[in-house]
Structure formats: C-alpha cells, structure tokens
Ligand binder design. Structure first.
Ligand code: PLP
Length: 318
C-alpha cells in the first residue's frame, strides 16, 4: 500500500507543473520519472492508459475529478485485454491520483494521465512472463481542441478489433490517432473524422462523435471500433435526462454532410461542435440547439454546479 497525503499542500502560484509523478510504487520528482529504453512499452507500445480531467471550482476552491472510478476501471479493462494485472485496485489508484494532485497544489483545470506499461526488458514482444507497472503524472490543461471544430474525413482507417482493439486505450494504438490528427492538421483542418474498416464513421482522433438528425442524437455503437468513451456514456445519459432521444447505430460518412448537428465529445474535447466537414457547413455552421444543451449541462456538471450528478465527481481537497 502506498502512503497518501490527507491535507492539501499550500499552493505556490509561480511553480511549474508537474513537479511530481508516481513510478515504481512511489512518488518521485517529475525529472526522475524515467522508463528504460529496453522496456517493451518503449519498443512496442505495449501499455494502456487513461486520460481524466479535474475541473477547478473557484467558489468552492475545489478541483472535481470527473468519473475517476469509471476511467480507472476502463484502464484496468485495457490491461485485461493483455491478460495481465497490476497489484493496485481502482481505489488504490484513486488515492495515488488524488495525492499527486494535492502535491502539485493546483488551483486550475488539470489533466491526469495514468499508465500501465509493460516494463519487461526483452526483445520478444509478448504478454506472457512480463511485468506490468503503474505510473501517473498530472498537468494543467485548458481546452484540448477548440469548442468549434473544422474537420475532414481521414484517409486513415480506424484500427480494427481483431488487429488492435479500439475499445482499449492501448498505447501503440495511438499511432493511428497520430496519423489521422496529423493529416488533418497538415491539410489545414482542426480534427479528423476516422472511418472504420467497413467505411462507417468511427470517431475523431481522440474523441467520440455524435450527429443530430430529425431531433435524435445518434452515435456509433461500441461494436464499430470506437473507444468506449466515458464522456460518450455521460452525454448519452444527459441526453436521456434532458428528454432527447438517443440512438446507437452505425453512421454513414455522407450522413455527416446532411446532419443538423455534429458533436465531438471526450475528456480532452469536452463537448464541442463540429461546424464544417470536408468543406461542407454542418447545419447552420454554428453550435446547434441540442449540442448547446448538452455542452451547457456538461460544463455545469463537471465544475460541480449540478448536485444531481455529484456522484460523477470526486473532490481533491478535503
Ligand atoms: C480514440 C479516443 N476516442 C474517444 C475518446 C474519448 O473518451 P473519454 O470520453 O473516455 O475521454 C478518447 C479519449 O479521450 C480517445 O482517445
């Protein structure tokens, strides 16, 4: 068991973040958080990670981490795909994350990056007779992408379940995201929309996708080679609570062009409007009414301003 800190560290406004990481069972200064170049994660990308946000609430002088247990469960499920485990439970990991955040003493929005990685130093890429370890760092983070996005359909296809499972947040799988994102960037767009092997819409480079048609909120099913996004699940729940009908079904590429609204959602992306796709204006070219409702609800919830969803939030400071 790791020792965790119960009291907030006094914040120094001028200090550079991050200062701390968790590696090999202990908290270490960030400059000492190094992994061997002989490890399988460095050479083959054999690892899985999580990406969480903590939102600062000025009135309450508090950071709320969004759906921490769900994110940690998904990370351990990714490890399950590797037929491996680590010695920490999701409760242990939660304690380490909260402790890291307190050590930094953040008074701003933050991002949390937990990682489980194959630390074994051997040249045969494999999942047996190897050791997975846990590491984590945090950093300040504002908007990851604009909340008003110009996107293109990528020429890269989404990784397929029987090649490299998309439902896992697998380190090496993000080469696919890097190809798609970079192509979009080099062609003058903000983001990519990636199709799966059968030509249906999967998601963005690191965010799930929704369209609105005839008042219904539609998103690809989890069997269409998407990441099973925590924000996606939250948006589906919110839409339901707000009386918007939701449908999980495959989406054709050309439906993007005739949709009334297209949204990206994810921990990084938050809830953003895709206002242009492949040189076609989406709807009115602005955030539409369904997206606006969902975005407003999302931001109010994550900042701890909607008591109904308080169980999605974990406060950092006591
Ligand atoms: C490929 C991909 N899809 C979707 C998402 C959204 O998932 P979540 O809402 O759990 O952050 C992410 C992560 O941000 C991602 O990397």
């Amino acid at each position: 068991m790791v020792q965790t800190m119960q009291t907030p560290v006094q914040v120094q406004q001028d200090k550079k973040h991050p200062q701390w990481a968790f590696l090999e069972g202990k908290f270490v200064p960030i400059e000492d958080a190094k992994i061997s170049i002989m490890s399988q994660v460095v050479n083959y990308g054999i690892g899985a990670f999580g990406g969480l946000r903590g939102y600062w609430n000025e009135d309450k002088q508090q950071i709320y981490v969004f759906r921490i247990q769900d994110h940690l469960r998904r990370m351990l499920n990714s490890l399950k795909l590797f037929a491996n485990t680590i010695s920490f439970s999701t409760d242990d990991l939660q304690k380490i994350i909260l402790d890291l955040l307190r050590r930094e003493g953040y008074h701003e929005d933050v991002y949390i990056r937990p990682l489980v990685y194959n630390a074994t130093e051997d040249i045969t890429p494999r999942l047996y007779d190897v050791e997975f370890r846990f590491a984590c760092f945090t950093r300040p983070l504002g908007n990851y992408i604009s909340l008003d996005v110009r996107a293109c359909t990528s020429s890269w296809r989404r990784i397929e379940d029987n090649v490299l499972p998309s439902r896992g947040k697998i380190t090496g799988g993000y080469i696919n995201s890097a190809f798609a994102k970079s192509e979009a960037h080099w062609n003058g767009y903000d983001e990519a929309i990636v199709l799966n092997q059968d030509g249906h819409v999967a998601e963005g480079s690191a965010m799930n996708l929704f369209i609105v048609r005839h008042g219904k909120l539609i998103t690809p099913p989890v069997s269409d080679n998407i990441l099973e996004g925590i924000t996606r699940g939250s948006v589906l729940q919110l839409a339901h609570d707000l009386g918007v009908e939701t449908v999980e079904r495959s989406i054709d590429r050309t439906e993007l062009y005739v949709a009334d609204e297209v949204l990206f959602c994810g921990t990084g992306a938050q809830v953003a409007a895709v206002t242009e796709i492949d040189h076609r204006k989406v709807g009115t070219g602005k955030m539409g009414p369904v997206g606006q409702k969902l975005q407003d609800a999302y931001f109010s919830i994550v900042r701890g301003k909607n008591a109904k969803y308080a169980d999605w939030l974990t406060p950092v400071y006591s």
